[in-house]
Design a binder for this molecule. Sequence first.
Ligand SMILES: [Zn+2]
Length: 61
Amino acid sequence: MFSKKEEFRTAFTVEQCESCNKESKRKFKDGDYVFKEISSQCDSCKGKLRISKIFGEVIPK
Ligand SMILES: [Zn+2]
């Protein structure tokens, strides 16, 4: 059952490089959605980054 108390959920965004498939996780920002192209480049190969998934995580207090 869904519980409203004591849980703090944070959303994360996973960016994936289209060239080398390297993934990096960061905090979700407004406007993020799956398959969105990111304006920044891959750290390793300067390839194009795209959001591969967005998920929520429960952070223990
Ligand atoms: Zn890359």
